[in-house]
Ligand binder design. Structure first.
Ligand code: KG4
Ligand code: ZN
Length: 345
């Protein structure tokens, strides 16, 4: 029987746990989303998030273990996200992991959430047959990050580019708010943009020949357009329901296309510049259908993309990442602390 790692993730608004065998075999993946709780506020409220993690963590961990027909004491290693993320949220996962590790006498592993997103690719069935090998060009696009990283081997990263202002996910969330759509904004924009004519166009920030991103100008351009068309503030113009829906659809599509164009172009360019053997996508924004399509279309290299449920936050990716750390002999003690500002590369 393989090495069974329990991975715990509570860095933002998902209480999640999963069991992974030998770093790749997904045995269970339980996610309790707080989306409904936060949607009334239009964004994640840290205090509300941390309280909900406290309520959900025990049943989520119990279910993750039960779903693979195991008892808790059959877990070989406990892994947990210790950063980056919301402090109050991270603490719940970390202390739960410490308690399990201490009571079972099994090793505790601390995982960088961003690295976890990359390792979701090791769980996927969408792996293009053979392993492309290193180096891999990785995109982590989430609510807090838009990072381009060169992965030279397991656990070895070079940060090549990042956003200078809003993260891609944050931009989707803000754009959705401007357009009067729900939270989180990414899936909402994707949904309403379907079937758009593509007659609206918004600018792209290319940041010259750097591999950095900027999305705040695009957000402002969308705001100005929404104001001009009377979509924002809501009710500022007496628009017919159908006309309003059409305007929102066109603007959502224009916004999505700008983000997709810039990210796909930079990713493929970076892969060429750094002689990567393949691309790896991770983070909530990489669940976006248009982004996935466009990257696959433009990339001459194999693209490894986890299924959407493993692109957003989950515990299985944390377990997968921890396996490779464990193999390298990395060790963490009970003094492990949260690190809300942790970076990668
Ligand atoms: O990785 P993630 O689940 O949590 C963080 O680590 O932040 O990413 C959440 C972000 C949100 O901003 C959400 O709007 C975005 O990912 N997202 C999407 C899609 N699904 C989630 N953005 C675009 N298209 C999607 N389908
Ligand atoms: Zn995430």
């Amino acid at each position: 029987m393989g090495l069974k790692i329990l991975g715990i993730e509570t860095s933002c608004d998902e209480t999640a746990a999963g069991v992974v065998e030998d770093g790749r075999l997904l045995n269970s993946n339980v996610i309790s989303s707080q989306v409904e709780l936060h949607s009334v506020y239009g964004g994640v409220v840290p205090e509300v998030a941390s309280r909900q993690h406290v309520r959900d963590i025990v049943p989520v961990v119990e279910k993750a273990v039960a779903d693979c027909g195991m008892a808790l004491d059959e877990v070989d290693v406990v892994a947990v996200t210790h950063g980056p993320g919301l402090g109050g949220s991270l603490i719940t996962g970390l202390n739960t992991a410490k308690a399990i590790s201490y009571s079972l006498g099994v090793p505790l592993m601390g995982v960088n959430h961003l690295e976890g997103h990359i390792y979701a690719a090791w769980l996927t069935e969408h792996n293009p047959g053979e392993d492309p090998g290193f180096p891999l060009l990785c995109l982590v696009a989430s609510g807090g990050h838009t990072d381009l990283l060169l992965m030279e081997g397991h656990g070895t990263y070079k940060l090549l580019g990042r956003t200078r202002d809003d993260a891609a996910g944050e931009a989707f969330d803000k754009a959705a708010r401007i357009l009067g759509l729900g939270f989180p904004g990414g899936p909402e924009i994707q949904r309403v943009a379907e079937g758009a004519d593509g007659e609206e166009r918004l600018p792209r920030a290319w940041m010259r020949d750097t591999l950095d991103f900027s999305f705040s100008g695009l957000k402002t351009a969308l705001l100005h357009l929404a104001q001009a068309k009377g979509v924002y503030p809501p009710g500022s113009k007496d628009l017919e329901k159908q006309e309003l829906a059409r305007l929102v659809r066109e603007m959502a599509a224009a916004f999505q296309e700008s983000v997709v164009d810039v990210i796909s172009a930079k990713l493929v360019d970076a892969a060429k510049r750094y002689h990567a053997k393949g691309l790896v996508l991770g983070g909530g924004v990489t669940a976006n259908t248009r982004l996935r399509q466009e990257i696959i279309k433009r990339s001459p290299l194999p693209v490894i993309i986890p299924p959407p449920i493993l692109c957003t936050d989950n515990g299985a990716m944390i377990a997968a990442c921890a396996y490779y750390q464990y193999q390298r002999g990395q060790q963490y003690g009970l003094e492990l602390d949260i690190d809300p500002g942790l970076s990668l590369g």
